[in-house]
Unconditional design. Structure first.
Length: 281
């Protein structure tokens, strides 16, 4: 069964692209920045809001995408995040080409803007001084932030209970197939879920960064200050972490069950109750 949430992570990637264009200067950069900023907002709101307007991509060119990559490096963004954002830009450029907004030739050029291989990425992150924005908040640019991104996706995109998340093993996931197979103890049933786009992206980042364990429990615990441990994340630590993440976005008292309730409420408007009941275990 596949139930996916709106691509909020992709919207954040596109907003970063728009921020670069806004900072790039006058003329085309500012015009594109405004257009793509509005496009990112539409992506975040879809399908409840109006469909994103592909015309926002009409002046996107490979040179701008290459400059975006170099800008992120200069800004100190983690290489894993740079690769993910480039992938998002290329995916939407492909959609713009299908809509007739970009030419096939321009898309081919955009696709030549390469990210960084895993070994090269690790060397770059080790060499440079990592000065991150918003260091007090969990960001995907930190090991704890990458774990929190995956944790949040599992709760919001798949409606897992806190105990189900705590029991997840590395072996429960098939990155190539984009699926996870896990036990729902409350109903004593093994389910297979197709991973949402955000969850798959977060899982790739968690694994490719080297933060994920090779085997055993999927999510690692953390100490005060954000350092990851080799111990698994317990139900209590997940509950505490969700509460802290909620406070950082002004959601006092947020719980893992609130995330499951959000998931169920969101999909209750889109699928029949029996399908929802089955998906939620």
């Amino acid at each position: 069964m596949s139930i996916c949430q709106a691509p909020t992570r992709q919207a954040a990637d596109l907003a970063r692209f728009a921020a670069f264009l806004n900072q790039a200067g006058e003329g085309v950069g500012l015009q594109l920045g405004a257009a793509l900023g509005a496009f990112a907002e539409s992506v975040a709101a879809f399908p409840d809001g109006p469909a994103p307007d592909a015309q926002a991509w009409c002046r996107v060119a490979w040179g701008l995408v290459e400059a975006f990559r170099n800008w992120m490096v200069a800004q100190g963004d983690a290489v894993g995040s740079i690769n993910v954002r480039l992938s998002t830009v290329k995916a939407y450029a492909k959609l713009a080409t299908k809509a007739g907004v970009l030419t096939a030739e321009e898309l081919a050029m955009i696709r030549t803007v390469a990210g960084y291989a895993h070994k090269e990425a690790r060397r770059m992150d080790e060499r440079r001084e990592t000065s991150r924005r918003g260091s007090k908040k969990a960001q995907p640019e930190t090991p704890q932030g990458r774990r929190d991104a995956l944790l949040t996706c599992l709760l919001l995109d798949h409606g897992l209970r806190v105990g189900e998340v705590a029991r997840l093993q590395v072996s429960d996931f098939d990155l190539k197939a984009g699926k996870m197979r896990f036990l729902r103890p409350k109903v004593d049933k093994v389910q297979t879920h197709k991973l949402s786009a955000d969850t798959l992206r977060a899982l790739h980042t968690w694994v490719e960064s080297g933060d994920a364990p090779r085997n055993g429990s999927l999510l690692r615990g953390s100490r005060k200050g954000g350092v990851l441990t080799n111990a698994r994340m317990s139900e209590r630590s997940i509950t505490d972490r969700v509460r802290v993440l909620g406070e950082e976005v002004s959601l006092e008292g947020l719980s893992a069950h609130d995330c499951r309730h959000y998931w169920a409420t969101y999909w209750a408007r889109k699928v029949d109750v029996l399908r929802l009941q089955e998906a939620g275990g």
